[in-house]
Ligand binder design. Structure first.
Ligand code: FES
Length: 161
């Protein structure tokens, strides 16, 4: 997925946002679905795209940012192609979840909450992903990896590009 912003003559990108805006024109509560689709285009919400949405929908930019910052599903910074969620819930914590997180951070050279420079991975923590029986657990995109040990991490990460 390209991470180009919609400004600077990127008319193709603007056209894509226009298509989204047309789809929701006149719909009550359009802002959230519009922002979800724009985020899907870029994998995050570039500042220029938000300004364009605000301008085209005659919505104050402060209101757009209000929505974006209220909902955790929206991201203002580029995200990795693969999202890693390392569980730090109680069951995982007592079975070494912290060591798993440390190993992921060490392998990728980024701390939780950050994205690798090549945009390959974003590392996050979660409180529980509902797979406590497999603790310690991490999720990469839709895949759940359980009964982890620090030794398994590098092999698992190698499967994702
Ligand atoms: S505490 Fe980790 S899956 Fe529930």
């Amino acid at each position: 997925m390209e991470n180009k912003c919609c400004c600077g003559g990127e008319n193709k990108e603007k056209a894509k946002i226009d298509e989204i805006l047309v789809k929701y024109e006149g719909t009550k509560g359009f802002l959230i679905p519009v922002l979800q689709e724009v985020q899907h285009l870029y994998n995050y919400l570039p500042k220029e795209a938000l300004e364009y949405v605000a301008q085209e929908t005659k919505t104050p930019i402060s209101a757009v940012y209000g929505v974006v910052t209220f909902y955790s599903q929206f991201h203002l910074n580029p995200r990795g192609r693969n999202i890693i969620r390392v569980c730090q819930g109680t069951a995982c914590h007592v079975r070494g979840g912290k060591l798993i997180l440390e190993e992921v951070e060490k392998e990728l050279g980024v701390k939780a909450g950050h994205t690798t420079e090549d945009l390959r991975f974003t590392v996050e923590t979660v409180a529980c992903i509902g797979a406590c029986g497999l603790a310690p657990v991490m999720q990469i995109n839709e895949d759940t990896h359980g009964r982890l040990t620090p030794e398994k991490i590098s092999l698992i990460l190698a499967k994702y590009n």
